[in-house]
Design a protein around this ligand. Structure first.
Ligand code: HPA
Length: 263
């Protein structure tokens, strides 16, 4: 057993969460809503990332949302930090080791759809790995050949859609295209992304989906739209803007997840 798994296993006591959420930009406050929370800093968990991205915390928070025990990763490592697509492998393996079966991934993204403005929430129905990196490169054995035809769990997607309907929030669904970052895209790249079938673009989540499917976790994912993608509005895109805009859609996604989990 790794140090991280042993520390969390002890701290969680009898909690046994089966669902985990990775909190992206704008969703950090959701961890504050857990009842009787147990908090462990990534700094106390060997192999957890020391994320240097402002707007991202770095802790594990577990507790109850309604009647459901949930564990949240507040803060993630991104491929663009060190060029390591497998940076989230140990945290996800740790969740798996704790008995987690369902993983909900969240992120901030740029929208390619005019009718999906900043503040919107998009359930990720599928992805395009345009960064071309893969967290399973170097993994020995045949288990590395992970199928991604059904990467996004249909039942979890239906539950998310139903929760959105019930709380009266428009939930778009679409294809998320992973760019490595950290620079934002050019207008020409966004035009290409649209032709290739992308509805939103971002710099995270896809490696986590691949790792989660490798581990056998069921996956759902959603993006909070913080901006129109490059070239769509004429404005320059900045991290400042994405941080400022994330809470708007973040609050909407939080309502959906609250309902999805406590229901
Ligand atoms: N591009 C890439 N990542 C992002 C964007 C974007 O426009 N907005 C938020 N994250």
């Amino acid at each position: 057993m790794t140090q991280a798994l042993s520390v969390l296993d002890k701290k969680l006591g009898g909690l046994n969460p089966r669902t985990a959420i990775v909190l992206g930009s704008g969703l950090g406050s959701l961890s504050g809503e857990l009842r009787d929370p147990v908090r462990v800093s990534y700094a106390d968990l060997e192999g957890f990332p020391h994320s240097g991205v402002s707007g991202h915390a770095a802790e594990v928070v577990a507790g109850h949302m309604g009647e459901t025990p949930v564990i949240m990763l507040s803060g993630r490592a991104h491929y663009y930090e060190k060029g390591d697509a497998s940076a989230m492998r140990l945290p996800l393996e740790t969740l798996h080791g704790l008995g987690v079966q369902k993983l909900i991934l969240t992120n901030a993204a740029g929208s390619l759809r005019k009718e999906m403005p900043p503040g919107s929430v998009m359930r990720i129905s599928d992805h395009i790995n345009y960064a071309g990196a893969n967290p399973l490169i170097g993994e020995p054995g045949d288990r590395r050949f992970v199928g991604l035809t059904n990467a996004y769990d249909v039942e979890m997607a239906d539950q998310m859609d139903a929760a959105a309907r019930e709380v009266g929030i428009d939930l778009f669904s679409g294809v998320y295209m992973w760019f490595s970052g950290p620079s934002f895209e050019t207008p020409a790249e966004i035009k290409m992304a649209g032709m290739m079938g992308a509805d939103a673009v971002g710099m995270s989540t896809v490696p986590e989906v691949i790792l989660a499917r490798f581990l056998g976790l069921r996956v759902a994912a959603a993006s909070v739209v913080t901006n129109f993608a490059a070239g769509m509005s004429g404005d320059e895109i900045s991290h400042e803007e994405t941080k400022q805009m994330a809470p708007l859609g973040g609050e909407r996604l939080a309502s959906i997840l609250r309902h999805m989990l406590s229901g």
